[in-house]
Design a binder for this molecule. Structure first.
Ligand SMILES: O=C(O)C(=O)[C@H](O)COP(=O)(O)O
Ligand SMILES: N[C@@H](CCC(=O)O)C(=O)O
Length: 348
């Protein structure tokens, strides 16, 4: 079975052997506060810095999911209000989750074809700015975050890179908190999130001094200072992350490949009349590099999904507003050229 689902998505093929190795090495039974486990965690963190070019002064934590990161930001980094820019289901969900914890949640929604402008929030007092860099539900992205950083230099900027971290190169200095989950561009089984914090984010956490929860950021930080976790982690996941990160190239090389592949996908749908299908978003400045959303009528989408399924290929369903009128193609690094060719052949 070949899958193009944008999460959980295709895992790297070598994961099969690494799982077996983990079992044989006894990793599945080690205590999570043991020296062996701390070494695995330390190595995974070092490799993340190295392969994803994460600045040395940014801290990296393992959490359970990207969803948990939404909550950690609300409880440990927000004293009064967060401001959410979004054009799709996941950005909106983030605002919904925050509103259960944070006193004031400002929502700035924009149209799917629109480039989000900082002007939309110029008059607002922005304490924590929440941006979804890659919106998995509709295949759009905010390509350049630098104007947000310049305009909101005093604010904490939190960036959801759930479906782009590990796929494209990110300019870490444009954000204070970044988070993702491993089942997307990192090509691993679901069940772990990664959170990355700037020194400024940690200073803000100190200021707020939230210590109420098992996953209060300061408590997480205290554990990770010893390469331990605030709960019993999925050690297998950390082990697999280690292994896969050792195998992959630096993100600048991966990013070049993914961007080229994305261009090819957009050209593929633009150049040919594929059963009347077209890209959900036409503006190349906001088309996602890692999730390609393709639009058609409900009947067309249903027929294409059935057709690919017969050939052993799973496409990503549409999501939210676009549930029945789009399908999505993950353009993640673990997906191989022969799989892309096979899908293109079927779509012809
Ligand atoms: O795809 C996204 O974007 C999401 O936000 C994920 O579905 C959330 O992932 P987890 O919280 O389950 O890691
Ligand atoms: N992130 C996945 C699934 C998320 C979910 O169903 O909650 C998607 O975009 O389809």
């Amino acid at each position: 079975m070949i899958t193009f689902y944008p999460g959980p998505s295709k895992v790297y093929p070598q994961v099969a052997n690494y799982m077996q190795e983990a079992f044989e090495e006894g990793v599945l039974s080690i205590n999570h506060r043991s020296a062996e486990c701390m070494a695995i965690t330390k190595n995974a963190i070092q490799l993340l810095h190295e392969k994803l070019n994460i600045p040395p002064d940014y801290s990296i934590y393992f959490v359970s999911s990207a969803t948990e990161a939404w909550e950690i930001i609300a409880q440990s980094l927000t004293s009064k209000s967060s401001t959410h820019f979004y054009n799709g289901a996941f950005g909106e969900k983030w605002a919904d989750y925050s509103s259960k914890i944070v006193k004031t949640v400002d929502r700035i929604s924009f149209a799917v074809e629109e480039i989000p402008s900082v002007n939309l929030a110029l008059n607002a007092e922005v304490e924590v700015l929440c941006l979804t860099q890659n919106e998995t539900s509709n295949g759009t992205q905010i390509r350049d975050l630098s104007t947000f950083r310049k305009t909101f230099s005093e604010s904490i900027i939190a960036v959801d890179v759930t479906s782009s971290l590990g796929g494209i190169e990110l300019d870490w200095h444009n954000g204070d908190v970044w988070f993702a989950s491993v089942q997307k561009c990192l090509g691993l089984p679901a069940g772990m999130g990664i959170m990355i914090c700037s020194p400024k984010a940690l200073q803000k956490a100190e200021l707020i001094n939230d210590r109420k929860y098992y996953n209060s950021l300061l408590f997480i930080q205290e554990n990770f200072a010893k390469y331990q976790t605030h709960y019993t982690p999925n050690v297998l996941s950390i082990y697999l992350l280690n292994k896969v990160l050792s195998d992959i190239s630096n993100i600048s090389e991966i990013s070049r490949k993914i961007k080229k592949q994305a261009k090819d996908w957009y050209n593929f749908f633009n150049d040919n009349d594929k059963f009347g299908l077209n890209c959900l978003v036409q503006n190349i400045d906001i088309q996602s590099d890692t999730v390609i959303a393709v639009q058609g009528t409900t009947e067309q989408i249903k027929a294409i999904k059935e057709r690919t399924k017969i050939s052993g290929i799973t496409l990503g369903n549409g999501y939210g507003t676009w549930k029945n009128t789009t399908f999505r193609i993950a353009n993640f690094p673990a997906i191989e050229a022969f799989e892309i060719s096979k899908l293109k052949e079927i779509l012809y």
